[in-house]
Design a protein around this ligand. Structure first.
Ligand code: ADP
Ligand code: MG
Length: 265
C-alpha cells in the first residue's frame, strides 16, 4: 500500500494499537521508516519491540491504527527466535534454500556479502553464534530487500562479535541502500550508525538521533576500545520512571525533545 501523504516511506505505522488477550501491548505507536535509514529500537523486555516489528510486517492484528507499506516492498526479516531444530541435520546451503530454492550463485553471493565464504557445507548446528547470525542475515538478503527488519540480531554475541556485526550492517546499508530497522538487545547500546533511535515501552517514549558514543569511562572501557566506534552508547535520561509498579504503558507524558541525552567519545 502506498499512501499519498508519505510517498517516500517504506513502512509507516499510524497510531497503531495491539492487544493480546486484553492487555494492550502497543498503544498509539506511530513510526515511519524511510529508504536507507538505520533505525534502532530499544526498550525493556516485554515493551513490545518484537510486536512492533511483527505489526509492521502485517503479521499481528491491530486493534487501532494502520500500517502502510510501499507497493511491492521487498522485506528481509530475521526474527528474534529462530524456529530451527538444531538437532536436525541441515547444511547452511540447504537452509538458504528454505523456504524458496535459490541458485548456487545467489547463495554464494549472499554468504560472501556477510563474510562467510565457504561455509555452505557446514551444518547449521556447527556454526558459532556470530556465524549463525550472519547466515540468518545472508538468508534475509536473498530477496534483495529494500528494508531489513532484525530482531535482536546481536543477542548472544560477545562484544567484538557485536561490533563486527554492526559494521557488516553498515556495509550492507551502504552497498545495497537497504533501510535497517533493528531491535537492540541492550537498552543502552545502539549502532553508532543509527540515524534514529526509538525508545519503546508500549508507546514511543522518545525518539531521536543518537549523537554517538558516551564518554563515560565504564562505557569506554567496554565499547570504546578496538571497535573503531562501531558500537555506540546512546544514553537517554527519561523524564518519567518506568520502574514504578503502578506505571501503565500509556500513562506517561512524553517529551521527545527532552527525553534523551547524547555524549560523544
Ligand atoms: P519485547 O520484544 O519488547 O520483549 P514483545 O513484543 O515480545 O516484547 O512482547 C510484548 C508483550 O506482549 C509481552 O508481555 C508478551 O508476553 C506479549 N505477547 C507477545 N506476543 C504475544 C502473543 N502472540 N500472544 C500473547 N501475548 C503476546
Ligand atoms: Mg523481543
Amino acid at each position: 500500500m502506498t499512501t499519498a501523504s508519505a510517498p517516500q516511506a517504506l513502512i509507516r505505522a499510524d497510531h497503531i494499537c495491539v492487544r493480546f488477550s486484553g492487555a494492550e501491548v502497543l498503544h498509539d505507536v506511530s513510526v515511519t521508516i524511510q529508504p536507507a535509514e538505520i533505525v534502532t529500537i530499544v526498550g525493556p523486555n516485554g515493551s513490545g519491540k518484537s510486536t512492533l516489528l511483527r505489526a509492521l510486517l502485517g503479521i499481528v492484528p491491530l486493534t487501532k491504527g494502520r500500517v502502510s507499506r510501499a507497493a511491492d516492498l521487498r522485506l528481509g526479516y530475521v526474527p528474534q527466535k529462530l524456529a530451527l531444530d538444531r538437532s536436525l541435520p541441515m547444511t547452511v546451503r540447504r537452509f538458504l534454500s528454505l523456504p524458496r530454492r535459490v541458485s548456487d550463485d545467489r547463495a554464494k553471493a549472499a554468504l560472501q556479502r556477510v563474510g562467510l565464504e565457504g561455509v555452505d557445507r557446514l551444518e547449521m548446528a556447527a556454526l558459532s553464534g556470530g556465524q549463525l547470525q550472519r547466515v540468518l542475515l545472508a538468508r534475509a538478503l536473498l530477496t534483495d530487500p529494500q528494508i531489513l527488519l532484525l530482531d535482536e540480531p546481536t543477542q548472544g554475541l560477545d562484544q567484538p562479535g557485536e561490533a563486527a556485526f554492526y559494521r557488516l550492517i553498515e556495509e550492507v546499508r551502504s552497498d545495497t541502500g537497504a533501510a535497517i530497522l533493528m531491535v537492540s538487545h541492550d537498552l543502552h547500546v545502539v549502532m553508532a550508525a543509527s540515524d534514529r533511535v526509538i525508545c519503546l515501552n508500549g508507546h514511543v517514549c522518545c525518539e531521536g538521533t543518537p549523537a554517538v558514543v558516551s564518554s563515560a569511562p565504564e562505557y569506554r572501557a567496554l565499547f570504546g576500545l578496538g571497535t573503531q566506534g562501531a558500537l555506540a552508547l546512546y544514553r537517554h535520561v527519561h523524564d518519567h520512571d518506568h520502574s514504578q509498579p503502578q506505571d501503565h504503558a500509556h500513562d506517561h507524558t512524553c517529551h521527545p525533545s527532552h527525553g534523551h541525552q547524547h555524549d560523544h567519545v
